[in-house]
Design a protein around this ligand. Structure first.
Ligand code: PEP
Length: 254
């Protein structure tokens, strides 16, 4: 059985007090109302990470994560945060290659491959994001784009290392737009990603990897998306900024 993982990426939202209030409220709701076994990950801005980590516990299937990391271990890299620092703050996950980082910070697949290595070197879990733009989908090159993102960012890993990775399929045209990929569109891509992994590694590796869907996931569409056989959870943006909507998305995962 693959791990089901629901992660909330707050991006650059919530001041410190607001962030702690959000985690406390959502953690209480999930504790009181959720009977399933999905792992839930809070991914706040870096400066909230240590405090957020202290409010939650892995025994309750609640985890924290970072939105980015340096690909260096330490040194003269002003403004950067290493994976060792992230781990020492109590976090377990790191988002790598979110489309906003690819788009606004020019992060390339090669660059992201080094970040994946930095995350795995600390035994943290990378959530490796991939996804096509609207233009790429409309010109029917989305499978090529996804293949390139995944092979260049991840396929240098050994089979054992690959099993530690979580992949998030996030079509850029569905992020923050209110437009969700249909369940059939998302399932088609998730199955394609799994087939790429099987081709490169083997069926055991492909079947063990959690593939999340991300892009305007809300309480209203979560259950249908989660019913697809290759959708193993969600990476949630906007709807993770409110405790009620985030907890309701978690509750949609059986
Ligand atoms: C995201 O930022 O990863 C995301 C999926 O955002 P939203 O849910 O707001 O579309």
């Amino acid at each position: 059985m693959r791990k089901k993982i629901i992660a909330g990426n707050w991006k650059m939202n919530k001041n410190f007090e607001e962030g702690l209030a959000l985690v406390s409220e959502a953690a209480n709701m999930i504790h009181d109302e959720y009977q399933g076994s999905a792992q839930v990950v809070f991914i706040p801005p870096f400066i909230h990470l240590n405090a957020v980590s202290k409010l939650i516990s892995a025994e309750s299937n609640l985890f924290s994560g970072a939105q980015n990391c340096s690909n260096h271990a330490s040194g003269a890299y002003t403004g950067e945060i290493s994976t060792g620092m992230i781990k020492s703050c109590g976090a377990s996950f790191v988002i790598i290659g979110h489309s906003e980082r690819r788009q606004y910070f020019n992060e390339t697949n090669d660059w992201l491959a080094r970040k994946v290595d930095a995350v795995l070197s600390e035994n943290l879990t990378p959530i490796y994001c991939c996804g096509e733009t609207l233009e790429e989908r409309e010109s029917n090159v989305h499978f090529d784009v996804l293949k390139k993102q995944i092979s260049e960012g991840l396929f240098h890993l050994s089979a054992e290392a690959m099993k530690q990775v979580v992949i998030a399929y996030e079509p850029v045209w569905a992020i923050g737009t209110g437009k969700t990929a249909s369940t059939a569109q998302a399932q088609e891509v998730h199955a394609f990603i799994r087939s790429l992994i099987e081709e490169k590694y083997n069926k055991e590796v492909a079947d063990s990897i959690t593939i999340q869907y991300g892009g305007s996931v809300k309480p209203e569409n979560a259950a249908e998306l989660f019913s697809a056989p290759d959708i193993d959870g969600a990476l949630v943006g906007g709807a993770a900024l409110q405790s009620r909507s985030f907890a309701d998305i978690v509750k949609a995962m059986k």
